[in-house]
Structures are given as structure tokens and as C-alpha cells.
Design a protein around this ligand. Structure first.
Ligand code: ATP
Length: 369
């Protein structure tokens, strides 16, 4: 096991495309770090540079104290798990799992013992004689994991390993990967575009956009204290409500003007972050999580904190109900307020009433300006 360090790492492809810029990451021994971001943000490229599958254009990658920039992939002592699993169709599960060890001319009895152990951990023992085509998607994924495990690498590098599975299996395998990584304690870098996967798996999550790192932090911190608008909008489902307005009033009585409406903000919005005082009189974006938007009637919210809005869509999701509103043309989503949903027309099949409902933004420490 090992620490992995990326220092000022950059990648420019031969055709001139810049995929990664000045990436700095320290992954601790045994840590599970998730690289997440939208398609094309450079996360796969970053992982492949650590794996040795792409040249490093700038900066340095260090694995277990050794600079690996010029070390070929096979000598980096890392195990990669791909989205496609990359299994050999003509080999049995046993031979697929043991393939890397055979290449290294490990004695057969030793390979057998290691493969048996990995198969037991992964629940594959009874399938060892089968060919990949006779396995389910989840089992194939486990074989790919098995191949990584038997190598006892310094680090696991995983590139969207769950994206070929259906939604239910993905959730199940996600839990299995989390358990496995915790039990084995192997340093892991995991790439995904799925923020739920990132939040549930990562000890820390690194959010990338257009080749640049936006923030790296434990999941809860990303959720509660996003570093910028991009992270605020990317992390969380349903996404954070972003209300555009002008910050007015003064430090004791801050207000937010959204179009023709004026909302009273709690002074803590400014006192907790003094830097915001310089934004008085300027355009701001206020972020409020959907679970912090409430029914104004139910919470007996005072005047001046209410937003009147027409619900334009109600989505019942079993445990939660999402209500979509339009506030000055900006979409706003609330969560978890069944009464509000009923008021807004949840009992009308497929739709919302034209009535206007009052909602209130609960400005909490989690509110971002
Ligand atoms: P995805 O989730 O879609 O795989 P990603 O975040 O993993 O996206 P990368 O695959 O790392 O992103 O790609 C980052 C950028 O580099 C993209 O603009 C992509 O088009 C570009 N790119 C990737 N591979 C090459 C290549 N071999 N040559 C030129 N440009 C490339």
C-alpha cells in the first residue's frame, strides 16, 4: 500500500488538446479518493497518467515515494479496473483472475491459492470454471476486481467500474466495493461522473471541471461548503437552488432582492463570512438546498422571508416529494414537504395546480452566497 502524490500534473495530447492543468493531489495510504466531474473534465486522463497508460506532460506522479513518470505501467505496482472489465473471453474465471500472476511466472500453486482466496472474498468460488460470457454483469465486474486484488498492488485505480451495470446492481456493487476497499485497506483512486457514487464511496472527493481541480474535501464538506458555484451545482441531487439577486441593506439587516421581491436575510449570513460585506449592493447568487426550502404556512415564516411561487411540477418519489417552482423565472425545487406538495397539486395526476403557493428559504449555515 502506498501514498500517491500528483504535483502540478498537466496533460496536453499530441493534437494539442489540453486535458489536465496543474493538478495537485495527495492521496493518503489506504485512502479512497474519488475523482468526479462532467464528461471531458479530464478525470480519466488523470487516472491514466497515474496508471502509466498516458505520458505525463507536466509535473510529477509519485507512488509509494517513487517518482514514476518514466516507469512503465507494468512496473508501477498498481492495478487498474476498467469500465469494460477487459476480461479475456476464452479464459475461465480462474485464469482471468490469475492472468497477471501467470505473466509474472508466479508458481502455479501460489497462484491457485491467491485466486481461491480472492474468489472467496468476492463470492465467485462456484464460478471459477466458467467463461466470462456465462456470467452476469455483476459477476464479470467481480472478476475484474479479483484480478486487481490478487496482484496485491500498492493502489487500485478504477475507471467507472460500475457504469455498465443496471441501476439496482450498481447500488449493490457500490456497497461491495466500499466494503472491499475498507477490508483490504488499499489506497484507491476511483473515477466517476456520478456524484452520488462519488459521495457514497469517497473518503474524499476531488471535483474537476475542464481539466482543473475545483475542490477536494470529504463528501459532507463538499455538500455543506462548496468552494464555488460549479461545485455547489454539481454536488447534490436534486441540485442546489441557485437564486440570482442583489445583496442590499447593511451588515445588520442584509436583504436579498430577487426581481421585484425583497427577502430579509439573517445577519449571520454576513457575520459568519465577513468577506461578503464587500458584496453589499452587488449581484450575488444565493444557494439554498432543496431540503432547506419549506412551506411558508407550515413553518409560520414571517413576512419578508416568503417567496410566492407557482408550482409547475410535482414529482412523487416514494419517500420524498419534489416540487418544482418558478421564482422570477428561476427554477426552484423543494423536497420532503408532503403538505406543500398536496397544496401545490400533488393529488392532481401528473401535474400541478395553477394556484400560487408560498415557500420560504430556510437560510441556514449551509446557505451559500
Ligand atoms: P469522460 O467521463 O467522458 O470519459 P473524462 O472527464 O474522463 O470524460 P477525459 O477522457 O480525460 O475526460 O478527456 C479530457 C479531454 O481530453 C477531453 O476534451 C477529451 O476530448 C480529450 N482527450 C481524451 N483523450 C484524447 C486523445 N487521445 N487525444 C486528444 N484529446 C483527448
Amino acid at each position: 500500500m502506498a501514498e500517491v502524490d500528483l504535483t502540478s500534473v498537466g496533460k496536453v495530447y499530441p493534437d494539442g488538446t489540453r486535458a489536465v492543468t496543474d493538478l495537485n493531489l495527495h492521496i493518503a495510504d489506504g485512502e479512497f479518493l474519488v475523482l468526479v466531474g462532467p464528461s471531458g473534465c479530464g478525470k480519466t486522463t488523470a487516472l491514466r497518467m497515474v496508471a502509466g497508460l498516458e505520458d505525463i506532460s507536466e509535473g510529477e506522479v509519485v507512488i509509494g515515494g517513487r517518482v514514476v513518470n518514466r516507469v512503465p505501467a507494468r512496473d508501477r505496482d498498481v492495478a487498474m479496473v476498467f469500465q469494460s472489465y477487459a476480461l479475456y473471453p476464452h479464459l475461465s474465471v480462474r485464469d482471468n483472475i490469475g492472468f497477471g500472476l501467470s505473466l509474472r511466472k508466479m508458481p502455479k500453486a501460489e497462484i491457485r491459492a491467491k485466486v481461491d482466496r480472492a474468489a472467496e472474498i468476492l463470492g465467485l468460488t462456484e464460478h471459477l470454471g466458467r467463461k466470462p460470457r456465462n456470467l452476469s454483469g455483476g459477476q464479470r465486474q467481480r472478476v475484474a476486481m479479483g484480478r486487481a486484488i490478487v496482484r496485491e498492488p500498492q493502489a487500485f485505480l478504477m475507471d467507472e467500474p460500475l457504469s455498465n451495470l443496471d441501476a439496482k446492481l450498481r447500488v449493490q456493487m457500490r456497497a461491495e466495493i466500499a466494503r472491499l476497499q475498507r477490508d483490504l485497506g488499499v489506497t484507491t483512486i476511483y473515477v466517476t461522473h456520478d456524484q452520488t457514487e462519488a459521495m457514497t464511496l469517497g473518503d474524499r472527493v476531488a471535483v474537476m471541471k475542464k481539466g482543473e481541480l475545483q475542490q477536494v474535501a470529504p463528501p459532507q464538506e463538499l455538500y455543506d461548503r462548496p468552494a464555488n458555484l460549479f461545485v455547489a451545482g454539481f454536488i447534490g441531487s436534486p441540485a442546489m437552488n441557485l437564486l440570482k439577486g442583489v445583496l442590499t441593506g447593511d451588515a445588520e439587516n442584509p436583504r436579498l432582492e430577487i426581481g421585484a421581491r425583497t427577502l430579509t436575510l439573517p445577519p449571520s449570513v454576513l457575520t459568519e463570512r465577513p468577506a461578503l460585506a464587500s458584496y453589499l449592493g452587488r449581484d450575488v447568487v444565493v444557494g439554498v438546498r432543496p431540503e432547506d426550502m419549506e412551506d411558508a404556512e407550515l413553518t409560520e415564516a414571517p413576512e419578508g422571508t416568503r417567496l410566492e411561487a407557482a408550482a409547475d411540477l410535482v414529482e412523487a418519489m416514494g419517500s420524498d416529494v419534489l416540487v418544482h417552482f418558478a421564482v422570477e423565472a428561476a427554477p426552484v425545487v423543494t423536497e420532503d414537504t408532503k403538505e406543500l406538495a398536496r397544496d401545490a397539486g400533488a393529488d392532481v395526476p401528473g401535474g400541478a395546480r395553477e394556484e400560487r403557493t408560498e415557500i420560504v428559504a430556510r437560510f441556514s449555515p449551509r446557505t451559500r452566497v
